[in-house]
Design a protein around this ligand. Structure first.
Ligand code: BG6
Length: 482
């Protein structure tokens, strides 16, 4: 892998602390960072190099970080050799010439700074200052190396603003330099859906309207918004996770086979699903957990959604009239993320009148927890009598005799960026297709249905499947346990 300089704008942000710093430590421990790579933290506050390294060290030990480690001092020492810091106001044009000089000085010290990744872990309002500052100092040019930009979701807050941001990005960078990041695309459990479906022969022929009754997608969290009130209250559940993570899940489960495993082919298929999704503003229910308005940095009159549930269809032959029910939210009964593909029951099913004899087969992609791919089937309960019980045929990540290392999504996506592989990133068209689906649904947001923490959200959401003679599935914890 090429060496490069990773410049993180907003190194003191929650995002950098919670994800990027942890991942850089992991990658050092695994020895996968290229030799002459430098990490340059950029933020407003004054810090010496040593102070920055201490700040980094403390961040690795913070409670509630994304994943917890025993920090080995010898690993951190290795990481320290790469860690640099420069302070500045992103809106101050003179800062970027200082950054340029700083990068030049690092090159003289043997770091490889002609390849650069700029990671935007800062406020969208500052993006244009950053781009303009880089341009004025020719830091966005690829002279004798490559330059790539990593930018987090959300890209905009609706279709119009997403288009404007894409336009802005393309003014300074080419599409093949822009890595729009949605960490769900970097999840092992999600990427494996593609191999499960397209590298096996027996399931794919069944994934269509002839065999599938409906699909359910759930991303529920049993915790609230924590200290993110300022961000969350302006966004809400539909835009925080619905416009991105949940749609990615839907794409993986329903897209057609890509002609090859390449960025173009895979992204094209994801986009086709997004462009064919039918928004049904009459079939969306929003909710807010009781007590949300009292959370820190939340307006006491807030009408922000902390839950949504919707029904949609894909306008293609393959899934014609197959309903897709999606729900996501905070302070719900359980933390679980999964896709359930519910199969139709054959008319002549044997023993269908027995107890549980009419339970459908369900293919479950469990993203978290108890990660796995599971097929719910009916079996005969062993014994003299004929009675049926559901069982799970399962592939579980945690029960892995080879103890394969499962990289964190941020780690994988950083490596993909280093390699120049955009397969698991969004391009401009994809993000715009997501917003084109979400916008009419977001406009349907009115007064919130209040739900009790620890439930599955407002009861109005149950009506979505019930009106079609179906029900939300209770996520099972009976499989892939260790
Ligand atoms: C983030 C959202 O993008 O994804 C959070 O902003 C949400 O609100 C999180 O909790 C969920 O990610 P994961 O990987 O924990 O399922």
């Amino acid at each position: 892998m090429d060496s490069f300089a990773l410049v993180i704008f907003g190194i003191t942000s929650n995002l950098a602390q919670k994800y990027l710093m942890q991942v850089l430590y992991d990658m050092t421990e695994e020895g996968i960072l290229p030799e002459e790579m430098a990490v340059i933290g950029v933020a407003r506050r004054q810090m010496s190099k040593e102070e920055f390294q201490n700040y980094f060290h403390e961040s690795l030990r913070l409670e509630n970080i994304h994943h917890k480690h025993a920090i080995k001092e010898e690993v951190f020492k290795k990481l320290c050799k790469r860690l640099h810091y420069i302070n500045g106001e992103f809106s101050d044009p003179s800062f970027y010439s200082k950054l340029k000089l700083f990068l030049n000085s690092l090159s003289k010290k043997g770091f490889h700074c002609s390849n650069r990744v700029y990671y935007l872990a800062t406020y969208p309002e500052l993006y244009s200052h950053v781009f303009e500052g880089l341009r004025k100092n020719k830091l966005n040019r690829q002279n004798g190396g490559w330059v790539r930009l990593m930018i987090e979701k959300p890209i905009g807050h609706d279709l119009k603003s997403a288009k404007a941001l894409n336009k802005l990005l393309l003014k300074y960078f080419n599409e093949d330099q822009i890595y729009r990041l949605d960490h769900y695309l970097g999840k092992e459990t999600l990427q494996n859906i593609l191999t499960f479906r397209f590298s096996n022969g027996i399931f794919e022929p069944l994934i269509n309207k002839d065999y599938i009754d409906h699909i359910q997608i759930t991303a529920s969290e049993d915790f609230g918004i924590g200290r993110r009130g300022g961000y969350y209250d302006a966004v809400g559940a539909l835009k925080d996770v619905g416009q991105n993570h949940l749609l990615q899940m839907l794409c993986f489960a329903t897209m057609d086979a890509p002609s090859q495993f390449s960025n173009d082919a895979v992204t094209t298929q994801r986009i086709k699903i997004l462009q064919n999704l039918i928004p049904l503003p009459k079939n969306i229910v929003f909710g807010q957990y009781r007590g949300y308005k009292e959370e820190k940095n939340v307006s006491p009159h807030s009408q922000t959604d902390t839950f949504y549930a919707l029904k949609t269809y894909i306008n293609n032959e393959r899934f014609k009239d197959v309903p897709i029910y999606i729900r996501a939210g905070k302070k719900l009964k359980q933390t679980v993320t999964e896709i359930s593909v519910v199969f139709k029951n054959p008319v002549n099913r044997l023993l269908k009148n027995l107890k549980r004899g009419d339970e459908p087969n369900v293919l479950i992609y469990r993203i978290a927890p108890n990660e796995g791919v599971v097929l719910k089937i009916l079996t005969k309960l062993p014994g003299y009598k004929i009675s049926l019980e559901p069982a799970y045929m399962q592939y579980c990540y945690r029960i892995d005799p080879h103890k394969h290392y499962i990289p964190d999504p941020y780690e994988r996506l950083l490596i993909d960026t280093m390699r120049g592989d955009q397969t698991f990133f969004n391009d401009a068209e994809e993000v715009e297709a997501q917003w084109a689906f979400i916008d009419p649904l977001a406009s349907a947001r009115g007064k919130q249905h209040i739900y009790e923490p620890g439930t599955w959200g407002p009861k109005e959401a149950d009506k979505l499947p019930e009106e079609d003679g179906r029900a939300w599935l209770e996520p099972s914890m009976d499989f892939c346990r260790i």
